[in-house]
Ligand binder design. Sequence first.
Ligand code: SF4
Length: 424
Amino acid sequence: MNPVLRVRPSGGPGGPLLDVRSGPFLLRDLVADPSLGRHRHRAGPLARPSLHGLVEDLAGADVRGRGGAGFPFATKLRTAAEAGRRREVVVNVSEGEPASFKDAALALTRPHLVLDGAALCARALGTRRVHVVLPGDRPGVAAALRRAVAERVQDGERLRWRLHTTDPGFVAGQGRAVIELLSGRPNLPVTAWAPEARAGYRGRPTLLSNAETFAHVALLLGAGSASYRTSGTADEPGSRLLTIGGESGRPVVVEATHGTPWRDLLDEPVLDRPVLVGGYHGTWAAPGALRDLTLSRTGMAAAGLTLGAGVVLPLAAGDCPVHRTAAVTAYLAGQSAGRCGPCRNGLPALTDGVRALDEGVDVSARVGELTRTVTGRGACAHPDGTARMVRSMLALFGEELDAHAAGDCTYRHADALPGPRSRR
Ligand code: SF4
């Protein structure tokens, strides 16, 4: 067994590498691009759960979406089942966020676990239509899933798999943007008046979730609800995948059970640095803030942090949180669809404001006001997430902003965090 498997989400030689660390469940016994035969040997035949049984199992184990919102998956499934008869299942593997690689890791090492989860849900919902949404900017991931689907078709699986490829871009993987893509329209978010589970693709009930969530469904069915519940904590059973930004610039995907102390997940020097938790739409954690916390949705929320899709970006030695916030804000402003006022006008203004802060101009009050102005006014949560990340910087790094205003930077500006770079 490989303790760490090195894979290439972009496919082919020469692209950036990703380290996938062996884990207890989803990432157990890692091999790259495993065959369906190998998967069946290990996981057994695909179950045929009743809708009621699957909903009960998911609710009993409190399986929640791993794409960011943490919505109870049993509720989503039940809603789709009750909303109408022509149901659709959508596996979203396009992570959108460039710093997130957890679904890429699953696609490259456990594609059939992900597809099993989708197939189980389709069987329970009485549909044969399953869409798989591939990331346009990660050809290696897309190729792994294409191969896996082709194997299943060749094996006689009686599902109608439909593959779609997103445009590159941060908002292209957003749920409504994916529904637009499936419908043949531009791959951009739009205002939704009802959840996808009620009215998604072609107005049909659509069970849409990310790859990791479907992998958990397969895991739960394979292990049994009682066994699944023995891992993690009583309130938050099971594990989750994290993408942790590495000092070398190479991210690592790890699987950890809920309740694991962050001290066991992050290296010692990193614990005493600022950490951007939850990705580019996340919140900054102060140096040392994670030291006494555990991997827990509720515990993190009590500390003002949200895990989102599990992206954890420790600041590299010598990097500055204000400088990094300016770079991420500029990147996010460039990723909007430019359709709504908060993105068209607000995010560029926010970018200018945070850049000015980085350059020592004290415009904190104006930047704080802008974060409030853009929040809650877009067709999607892109401006809200961007504002949240900026607000957390304002709240935590007042002393650093004072240092910048005085022409200093206590962190120094050494670029090392993976992701967007400012033009400084
Ligand atoms: S809020 Fe921004 S990203 Fe979202 S739909 Fe409107 S313009 Fe696009």
